[in-house]
Design a protein around this ligand. Structure first.
Ligand code: ATP
Length: 355
């Protein structure tokens, strides 16, 4: 297995720059998720890595080798697409070993490899079935087995779960991740689903409008978003507009205490983001900004309740975990919400909003 390195690749379609100057490393054996809203350039980036799309500039290195101009079929990259692209007239086994047979592998070797791969994706005994006789999840496993048949150096998946229903999708995410870890294969998954990215990835690349917004492990992206786009796109957040005032931030009549980075000088317009699970309701002894609030709506979704509030600084949603307390909240109730210093993220206000 080898790592991949993208050195400033970009792609223009006519006058549209679909992907802008991407510099990224995909470490050997790691699973990286390319995550972003529709049209942000994820698929175009994956297709360039696969050799299906020629970059307009920049280069792609596999280990030490520059593969930018290498044809797709010479890259030994396994690919799984959204629709799986299986051959309906062939059996499951024939689908899996198709590429090996085309490459001249003997029939008995191909059958052995086919059985081993079907076993790997938990489809032993399904080799003689037609594709039409399989469920969506089983088809996806066939597509994965087929992609692994050539012992690829890099495994590329474009929205591999999108044809599956929600429950199966979650199961397959775990299954695929365990398989990838067992094989230790460098893998890149395109997805617009942040839960999918967070479930599977060692590293997430958040993209928007052809650019990389942030790269890091899932928890770092969630807890330390580098800009308002990432804070908004990954997880949920309450946003407030404010102005820096002597190390604090003024929002309306209130002064919020937070860790203001040194570059924010007094008078800078900023945007504050606060994850819904970070504020406290009616809790004494918590360091932070205390705001008067009243309950406007309670959304009870089982393990957590979303308490909608009208606060001194505007509307806010606070997620209240069921285990914390059984206390009740009713519409119109007055409360005090505390925003802990550590729970507030501050960004310059001129940034683009989430797409
Ligand atoms: P989705 O999640 O909807 O598949 P994406 O993030 O994968 O979106 P891309 O398919 O890479 O986005 O598209 C990025 C941009 O490039 C879009 O503005 C798209 O319209 C444009 N684009 C993609 N392929 C082509 C093409 N062959 N010709 C012209 N424009 C294209």
């Amino acid at each position: 297995m080898k790592g991949l390195h993208l050195a400033g690749i970009y792609k223009d379609f006519g006058s549209v720059r679909a992907v802008e100057n991407i510099k990224l490393d995909f470490a050997e054996g790691e699973l990286t998720a390319l995550l972003g809203p529709s049209g942000c350039g994820k698929t175009t980036l994956l297709r360039m890595i696969a050799g299906l799309e020629m970059p307009s500039g920049g280069s792609i290195l596999l280990g030490e080798d520059n593969i930018t101009a290498l044809a797709a079929h010479k890259r030994r990259f396994g690919m799984v697409f959204q629709n799986f692209a299986l051959f309906p007239h062939l059996s499951v086994r024939e689908n899996v070993v198709y590429s090996l047979v085309i490459a001249g592998t003997s029939k008995s070797d191909a059958i052995d490899t086919g059985e081993r791969l079907l076993d790997l994706v938990q489809l032993s005994g399904y080799g003689d079935r037609r594709i039409g006789e399989l469920s969506g999840g089983q088809r996806q496993r066939v597509a994965i087995a087929r992609a692994l048949a050539q012992e690829p150096e890099v495994f590329l998946l474009d929205e591999p779960m999108s044809a599956l229903d929600a429950k199966l999708r979650e199961d397959m995410q775990v299954e695929l991740r365990l398989l990838q870890q067992r094989l230790g294969i460098t893998t890149i998954v395109v997805t617009h689903d942040q839960r999918e990215a967070m479930t599977m990835a060692d590293k997430i690349v958040v993209m928007s409008q052809g650019r990389v917004e942030q790269v890091g492990p899932p928890q770092q992206i969630y807890h330390r978003p580098e800009n308002a786009f990432v804070a908004d796109f990954i997880g949920k957040a309450n946003f407030f507009d404010g102005v820096v005032e002597a190390g604090k931030v003024r929002v309306g009549q209130s002064l919020l205490e937070l860790k203001t980075p040194a570059e924010f000088i007094s008078g800078s317009p900023v945007q504050i983001a606060c994850r819904p699970e970070t504020p406290y309701l009616d809790s004494d002894g918590i360091a932070g900004s205390r705001l008067k609030a009243s309950v406007t709506f309670v959304r009870d979704v089982g393990p957590v309740r979303d308490i909608h509030l009208q606060t001194e600084i505007g509307p806010m949603i606070v997620e209240y975990a069921r285990g914390e307390t059984e206390r009740s909240f009713t519409v119109g109730q007055e409360t005090i919400v505390t925003l802990p210093v550590e729970g507030l993220h501050v960004f310059p206000r001129n940034e683009r909003a989430a797409a």
